[in-house]
Design a protein around this ligand. Structure first.
Ligand code: SF4
Length: 227
């Protein structure tokens, strides 16, 4: 009956075409993503910085003023990683500036560290998300090759993940900083410690004591790693 109505071929053709187009698009996207990741993983520092400055791989490039690559000692033992640039970082193109930057400097000084001296600082996502929202998973995924290459080039002995988003991204979990802190984790074979983001600590003074404990734990861990 459907044949007589002229519907059967139309049904089959449209369904198959739809499936084929979706599958091809998925394969194409996976190809593009894999090729881009492979390209980024071959870059040296200069190429990586140019690539991040010019990047348009996710929608955040449309609203940023500057991408924020990261800064510090490119052979550092310590790698500190936050979530994404804030408004001031977006305006300056530098990580952790303003009040948040001052508190980060104080956290570093508390364990005898200084940015630029055996410390590298960056973010999971290199462009500022509008209205300070958390980066979307797709944005973090597109940005991931840059951080992966930074880690490969720096080869830090210890990573400090600052705040929920950075910790959850590294450890692929929904758990909060409160439940992840105080333990030694691993990311790609590199020891990783979780603590609060300085922007959170500016709002929640009560947790500064816990952050201090985390810093002492990090310092003791580094001393063990250097033995
Ligand atoms: Fe590119 Fe990362 Fe900026 Fe997105 S957030 S545009 S992936 S540099």
């Amino acid at each position: 009956m459907l044949e007589e109505l002229g519907l059967t071929p139309l049904w089959h053709r449209r369904t198959l075409q739809h499936v084929t187009d979706s599958a091809m698009e998925a394969i194409h996207q996976a190809d593009v993503t894999n090729n881009r990741h492979a390209r980024v993983m071959q870059m040296d520092w200069t190429q990586l910085k140019v690539s991040v400055a010019d990047c348009a791989a996710c929608p955040l490039h449309q609203t940023r003023t500057h991408s924020v690559f990261g800064a510090g000692d490119e052979n550092a033992d310590w790698l500190w990683v936050g979530e994404s640039p804030g408004v001031e970082e977006d305006a300056n193109g530098a990580p952790f500036v303003g009040q948040v930057g001052k508190l980060l400097d104080n956290m570093l000084a508390a364990i005898s560290l200084k940015r630029d001296s055996n410390v590298y600082i960056t973010n999971i996502v290199k462009c500022h998300p509008p209205a300070n929202h958390n980066p979307e998973n797709a944005e973090a995924l597109q940005c991931h090759p840059y951080l992966a290459r930074q880690i490969e080039l720096i080869q830090p002995r210890l990573i400090i993940a600052l705040g929920n988003f950075a910790s959850q991204s590294f450890l692929n979990t929904d758990a909060t900083v409160a439940s992840l802190r105080g333990k030694l984790h691993q990311f790609s074979g590199i020891p990783l410690i979780v603590t609060y983001h300085p922007s959170y600590l500016l709002q929640t003074q009560a947790d500064k004591t816990k952050a201090w404990e985390d810093l002492c734990f990090a310092k003791a861990t580094m001393q063990r790693l250097l033995q």
